[in-house]
Design a protein around this ligand. Sequence first.
Ligand SMILES: [Zn+2]
Ligand SMILES: [Zn+2]
Length: 209
Amino acid sequence: MESERSLCSEASLCVSFCATTARGSWMSFALFKKRRSKQLSCVGQMEETNIDDVRDKARLWQAQGKSWHFHMLTPTCALNPRKDRFAFVLENGTDHRSYVVYSEREHTQAGQELVRMLHGDNILDREEARTGGGGEKIQEILRRIEDLNDRRIPWHHHMLFPDCIFNRHEGKWNILFEDTEREDIVELLYDQEPVDDLRKIEVLYYKEI
Ligand SMILES: [Zn+2]
Ligand SMILES: [Zn+2]
């Protein structure tokens, strides 16, 4: 597993435009699509399962104190290897295992349950979202999101943990925002879990679905 893991990191080395700010780095990946096929080589290691198994595994790993997280990938998502299905990805960084559930509809309930388990019950709290965090770059993203929401244009984001198979910046927390209208991907990198910034985005995301 270790050798596969380092192969993935190597395959996803990126050419990017980068501007460092006081709160982290901001990157716009115009070349992201070109690298996509390489990046998805990591996905081949995922084991297919069902959503009940995902819930059970997440609860177990949480109780065991293991490093785990998940992703909800839409058919248009740059990280999704299947363009005809939603993909619910569950990763265990402690044991280097990853699982996927493909489905015709999004498992939003499981997503809400797991996001609370991972980041705390108040991660979807609208009042809480008004405070904390809020650096320059996240504000820019939030403005774009509100504009997209107003015009009913789909967007989504990913919280990439430091050990995530999709994270090209291993060791960093990475909020990845996908704007399907502009076909643009923005990544915000952090040294610490950016729970306040994440909450601001999660609240806007679940408001729309
Ligand atoms: Zn995506
Ligand atoms: Zn991940």
